[in-house]
Design a protein around this ligand. Structure first.
Ligand SMILES: Cc1cc2nc3c(=O)[nH]c(=O)nc-3n(C[C@H](O)[C@H](O)[C@H](O)COP(=O)(O)OP(=O)(O)OC[C@H]3O[C@@H](n4cnc5c(N)ncnc54)[C@H](O)[C@@H]3O)c2cc1C
Length: 398
């Protein structure tokens, strides 16, 4: 059970992780597995709620972070993609057909990915961390940190409305798209409005799906982003979109209504019943140029570890969390000081493992959305998305 007893006494940990989304829970898990004393704090009282995510994640992403694809959080298995252009022309990339020996529901085959329930997924990840020895404090909001002269730091928390200060060697900001932790250390975390996608989705009944993530490109439906139809399990589906406000004349809700009522899917959608409405922001921005400071690193959305073409951030949060947890345990157990100079090693490891590719993707995204001609831009996005999800994509691991 999470330890929620407030004491007011200063407690000491090797690391304090702020935010128990996929990035924070994974950082905490790998740090604890490798011998660190870890506190994981989240301001929420129910992890993953309210849901602000469609939950699509690849099998590889889970496997690479040692996450067992459990029925506890999987809502539906995914086998491929259907990418549409603005008029409904489509490219289907169904791995059940492309690699039938590897992907499918038959014995010995695996799904390409899953749609997960983020409430259960986040709770599952936190449970794995707790079982590895991490202390979890829910309803605990971090409000600041101070570097101490002895080389450690203090983190200010409000736990169940009571202030409490905790000592640590390193504080990890895994506090999501609206991250404040980086700001505490003076890291430039500002996101331009032109690089922040506004996302809205309906969970619906009455829309058939077939094990594919369907992605609809085109300025008409989702300026600066794309629309989607994802299978959600038990016959439900997610219909949503992400738009970039600086490229729009309407808001996300108006675009979603337009997509439901006027797109080439209007007959397919006509009997759908809306069961839930979910939304949130996604940084379609470059990774932060500096993701570390004295006694502090950033991971996940907080560091802009988001695929700027797809908007996916679960995979990158898991991978970044693993890199962070392993790096911090090696550094601290080696007795090295958690100075900015030493913590730069985390950023370097991350760049090598995935960051350099994320920078490449960001440049591709910029090139597409900087194209003034709408038709050309639509064509480029459709081609890039189709290529991105194909079996020989150079970006397959992101
Ligand atoms: C509508 C929508 C659909 C999406 N769909 C997908 C998808 O299908 N696939 C995909 O890969 N990605 C998707 N994403 C993106 C994905 O949800 C994020 O990239 C991912 O959740 C990032 O994980 P994280 O751990 O960095 O941050 P988060 O999951 O945002 O977790 C941050 C945590 O920090 C906590 N926190 C914040 N501030 C504090 C504080 N001061 N003190 C304590 N706790 C704090 C929050 O409560 C939260 O629990 C979607 C996003 C949206 C908005």
């Amino acid at each position: 059970m999470p330890d929620n007893t407030g004491s007011g006494i200063i407690q000491e940990y090797d690391i304090v992780v702020i935010g128990s989304g996929p990035a924070g829970a994974t950082t905490a898990l790998f740090a604890a597995k490798n011998g660190l004393k870890v506190l994981l704090a989240d301001k929420k009282q129910e992890l993953g709620a309210p849901i602000q995510c469609s939950g699509a994640v690849s099998h590889n992403a889970l496997e690479n972070a040692d996450v067992f694809p459990s029925p506890e959080f999987i809502q539906e298995a995914i086998y491929g993609f259907a990418i549409y252009n603005a008029t409904g022309e489509k490219k289907v990339i169904d791995y059940r057909k492309i690699k039938p020996d590897e992907y499918g529901s038959a014995e010995g085959c695996k799904p390409l990915g899953y749609v997960v329930d983020r409430r259960r997924f986040d709770r599952y990840l936190a449970t794995q961390a707790e079982r590895a020895g991490v202390t979890i404090w829910l309803k605990t909001e971090a409000s600041g940190y101070r570097v101490l002269e002895n080389g450690s730091c203090e983190v200010d928390l409000i736990k169940f409305n009571e202030p409490i200060t905790v000592k640590a060697k390193v504080v990890v900001g895994a506090d999501g798209v609206q991250s404040q932790v980086g700001k505490w250390a003076g890291i430039k975390t500002h996101i331009k409005l032109s690089e922040l996608a506004s996302c809205l989705q309906f969970v619906v009944d009455g829309v058939e799906t077939s094990g594919l993530l369907e992605i609809v490109t085109g300025h008409e439906w989702a300026p600066g982003g794309y629309a989607w139809v994802f299978p959600k399990g038990h016959g439900y589906a997610e219909i949503g979109l992400g738009i970039t406000k600086t490229m729009c004349t309407n808001n996300a809700q108006q675009y979603l209504d337009h997509f439901l009522k006027d797109s080439f899917f209007k007959d397919r959608f006509k009997n759908c019943k809306i069961l839930e409405i979910q939304g949130g922001g996604v940084p379609l921005a470059a990774p932060l140029k500096t993701q570390y400071a004295d006694n502090l690193i950033l991971v996940g959305d907080a560091a802009r570890h988001v695929n700027s073409i797809t908007g996916g951030g679960i995979h990158t949060a898991l991978s970044g969390g693993k890199i962070a947890g392993e790096f911090l345990s090696a550094l601290i157990l080696n007795g090295d000081a958690p100075t900015a100079d030493n913590l730069k090693g985390y950023h370097d490891n991350w760049l090598k493992a995935m960051g350099n590719n994320m920078w490449k993707l960001y440049r591709v995204k910029r090139k597409i959305f900087d194209t003034a001609d709408v038709l050309q831009r639509d064509e480029q996005l459709y081609a890039t998305m189709s290529n991105y999800f194909s079996p020989d994509s150079e970006y397959k691991k992101i």
